[in-house]
Design a protein around this ligand. Structure first.
Ligand code: FNR
Length: 189
């Protein structure tokens, strides 16, 4: 079982009242086995390969923060059937310099969130495509949280029992997934 593994939470929305962040926080509350920490991505300069030899302080800090954690939770809205640019930028910043990607081998999970009924399916799978390339083994449980504005009260508390049940089981599956992937990597090392 989990030994309070640490999870870097990457939220693909910069919006103050982001419903995606509310979902990530609800998952955190329902998964006491794991220690979640959101890592800021809104301060990352747009990736520019010219800066690889002289990375900005924000890039360096971001990379260190991700590196220090055991696992990754990506919670994303959908923008134009894909991931928001800020999230893609964070993924690109973490992936370089070539050969030093901070994502490499970390167990991950992907949740997409939308006020619409489709639940951000397009963003979810565009993100999964990048994670395959980055060698992030992503939990093979699908999580598309649709109609998301109706799931929370004015204080941001989850008020939908079915979603709470789903997130609880998702968090349990993620904990087990993290242990499995880290154990497999230990054997392979
Ligand atoms: C959206 N939105 C949206 N929703 C969706 O389900 N599919 C989509 O393709 C898009 N496209 C899109 C593009 C842009 C530029 C914006 C600003 C919005 C709506 C989006 O789901 C909604 O704004 C959410 O509230 C965003 O999530 P947060 O910020 O509340 O976490």
């Amino acid at each position: 079982m989990s030994q309070h593994r640490t999870v870097a939470v990457i939220v693909g929305s910069l919006r103050k009242d982001s419903v995606t962040r509310k979902v990530a926080r609800a998952l955190e509350k329902l998964t006491p086995d794991l220690k979640f920490t959101e890592i800021e991505i809104g301060n990352l300069q747009p990736f520019n390969q010219d800066l690889e030899a002289t990375p900005t302080l924000e890039w360096v800090k971001f990379r260190e923060q991700v590196k220090a954690t055991d696992a990754l939770l990506f919670a994303t809205p959908e923008y134009n059937r894909s991931v928001p640019g800020v999230l893609k930028n964070a993924i690109d910043v973490g992936s370089r310099p070539y050969g030093s990607s901070v994502w490499d081998g970390k167990p991950g999970a992907v949740i997409s969130v939308s006020p619409g009924g489709v639940g951000g399916f397009g963003a979810n799978h565009h993100l999964r495509q990048s994670l395959v390339f980055l060698n992030v083994p992503a939990l093979p449980v699908e999580a598309y949280i649709g109609n998301a504005f109706s799931l929370f009260d004015a204080e941001g508390e989850l008020i939908n029992d079915a979603t709470a049940d789903f997130l609880k089981s998702y968090g349990e599956a993620f904990s087990l997934w993290i242990e499995k992937i880290l154990a497999d990597e230990k054997v392979a090392a």
